[in-house]
Design a binder for this molecule. Structure first.
Ligand SMILES: *C/C=C(C)/C=C/C=C(C)/C=C/C1=C(C)CCCC1(C)C
Length: 252
């Protein structure tokens, strides 16, 4: 398994290299949105290599968590290559790629919550399904609203309800209680940072929806830069928090 990872990380980076190189010629010096897409795609590639390689350093029960963190940044890196190209070629917001990315990475981040809890003791499968249902309601409603299948406000309101349900589960529901009661101190602090990311960090996306689509007042450039840095926080920083607890718990 880890021999496979050792080989596959450099191999996957090599496979991505042509796509990385071809876009570089078209990137204008003053295209700061394009530059932010570029920077973040590279940061995501580097994070992926880092999380995968670090699985070798942590104890068995933490390996899955780090692997999932690496999958999140890997999936996002590939989407960022596409989004960067769309932006550079058209100057338009690559909405559909963002949603496809979210549809894969957000459930993986929810799986992460569940795995963290499982690493410290018995958890019910109900937690997993409730987090998953909240995620799906949030994203499907958001996409249907943005793509015009349903009323934009209806999509927003239903999506907000899905997010509220996730927040309820991680703060006050079974997941929240479990972490508060049973977890060692380092896991508790990681869990609490993770849930602040899910509330404050994730709030950036519905704000983008609100200002970008519902009221139409945001400018496209600002919106994309904000989304891009939100992804650094919610994907890379989220992974680093898990890496931190995984390495310190493995030493203990
Ligand atoms: C890595 C990507 C992440 C963490 C994306 C998260 C996306 C959201 C939290 C989106 C939330 C939305 C709502 C709460 C309301 C409806 C519109 C959405 C889908 C933008």
């Amino acid at each position: 398994m880890f021999k496979f990872l050792k080989l596959s990380v450099p191999a996957s980076i090599l496979v991505m290299a042509p796509a990385i190189a071809s876009a570089a010629e078209n990137l204008a010096q003053d295209d700061f949105v394009g530059i932010s897409f570029w920077l973040i795609s590279m940061a995501l590639v580097a994070s992926t290599a880092f999380f995968f390689l670090e699985t070798q350093r942590v104890s068995a029960k933490w390996k899955t968590s780090l692997t999932v963190s690496g999958l999140v940044t890997l999936v996002a890196a590939v989407h960022y290559f596409y989004m960067r190209d769309v932006w550079i070629a058209t100057g338009e917001t690559p909405t559909v790629y963002r949603y496809i990315d979210w549809l894969i990475t957000v459930p993986l981040l929810m799986v992460e919550f569940y795995i963290i809890l499982r690493a410290i003791g018995a958890v019910s499968a109900g937690i997993f399904w409730r987090l998953m249902i909240g995620t799906m309601v949030m994203l499907i409603a958001g996409y249907m609203g943005e793509a015009g299948y349903i009323n934009a406000w209806a999509g927003f309101i239903v999506g907000m309800a899905g997010w509220a349900y996730i927040l309820y589960e991680v703060f006050a529901g079974e997941a929240g209680k479990l972490a508060a009661d049973k977890a060692p101190a380092s896991v508790q602090s990681a869990f609490s940072t993770m849930r602040w990311i899910v509330s404050i960090g994730w709030a950036i996306y519905p704000l983008g929806y609100f200002f970008g689509y519902l009221t139409g007042s945001a400018d496209v450039e600002m919106l994309n830069i904000i989304y891009n840095f939100a992804d650094v926080l919610n994907k890379i920083a989220f992974g680093v928090i898990i890496w931190n607890v995984a390495t310190s718990e493995s030493k203990a």
